[in-house]
Design a binder for this molecule. Structure first.
Ligand SMILES: [Zn+2]
Length: 67
């Protein structure tokens, strides 16, 4: 089981109404979702935050950095 989740929920994320945690049966699906998810947030959110995917065991954590 692989999990994609946000490290922390910034204000934009909370306003977006996106579900924080998603689980997948295989790593490739999880990684693809994590990448698409972070790209979408980089393009559509406030642009003050930068989202990157980091692997921690079976978890793919989307980290939030200030630009
Ligand atoms: Zn933001």
């Amino acid at each position: 089981m692989f999990t994609v989740k946000m490290e922390k929920e910034c204000g934009c994320f909370k306003r977006s109404g996106i579900e924080n945690c998603k689980t997948f049966d295989n790593r490739d699906d999880a990684m693809q979702e994590a990448k698409e998810w972070s790209e979408e947030m980089n393009e559509t959110f406030c642009k003050k935050h930068n989202f990157t995917v980091v692997e921690e065991g079976n978890d793919l954590i989307i980290k939030v950095d200030m630009n």
